[in-house]
Design a protein around this ligand. Sequence first.
Ligand code: PLP
Length: 391
Amino acid sequence: MVQDKFSFVQTALAERQQTQRFRTLQAVQPIDAVQVQRTKPLLNFSSNDYLGLSKHPALIAAAQNYTAQYGTGATASRLVTGTYAIHQTLEERFAAACGREAALLFSSGFQANATILPLLVDRQSLVLCDRRVHNSLIQGILASQARWIRYPHNNLEQLEQQLQRAQSKSYGRVLIVTETVFSMDGDCSDVDRLVQLADQYNALLYLDDAHALGVLGESGMGLAAHRTGIDVVVGTFGKAFGSFGAVVTCSALLRDYLINHCPGFIYTTALPPAVIGAIDAALTLMPNLTAERQHLTQQATWLRTQLRVLGYDPAESASQIVPIVVGAESDTLQLSQWLEDQGILATAIRPPTVAAGTARIRLALSSRHQMDHLDHLLQQLQAWNQHESFT
Ligand SMILES: *Cc1c(COP(=O)(O)O)cnc(C)c1O
């Protein structure tokens, strides 16, 4: 009998269904910086729009102006005719704002990580990466075919041991890969120590600054800005910058290397004018958003304290990302659904995105959340505790 040529798809999906991990897309309609409409309005605690900039009038106006002036598409890849002056100016402005030698735009953070890493390491290399790095970094490492070892999360003693061990081997290069703020835990890495270790062991250092850019560091330019010793920093514009796309900051030498060798830069259409306009406007706003960043940080600190009072576990969170680690997947889904019934959007994050047994609600705060929003959230979490003890 001829086998159905899609039986492998059915098998893969059936397996997801059996383990309650089958995922579907659920549309929302944006209302404002902190609310979305599903079957009813929901207070959104699941977006990465940490400063509410995706709805900011200055970004919207810039996107509209750039579209009116330059059109809806960049019409070609950067090396053909897709490099407009606005792309170059933005790169120069961004590098200057971070105090880094050079900057290069990418279509997305995923594309940057997946296609830059294979240019930095090869079969003769060793990659040492944090156990919890983002999937896009793993894709890049796998594509490089380098040997790779994951060190326990944020355990830089273990990283150092691996670096020591690597010295007696004949690796062509050693590369350290990690994030500055971890996307699912909201904790931070010790950037000073990473720089020291990279320097001491002559390793390359690659940092993904996606969740710090716009939120942390001087003028919100991230945890890798204004410092030497970090070879590659990736920032994304889809989060606190309220737009889309990514940027790599590095030396002028590395920038030339990427322009000439990186397939994820070369073989793709340049970012469209609307996106460049929005990013440019966000960059202009950044130094003036100090009060918003402070508010965000204070709210996150307060939320963590109150969560602990209620008996919830925000793990090691030290940023605007505040997980509630529940553990079991079914409990996490139930809590998420309960919150949605109470008008709160707080999505469950489950394996394989996080390790088995650490399913969680990932709360992400925005500077546009006010005290009454947090109060409402905490009241519902308290009500859930009571509800749970009666069922
Ligand atoms: C979101 C994210 C990315 C991907 O960035 P996109 O621009 O959304 O593709 C990469 N790394 C980390 C750590 C992220 O959180």
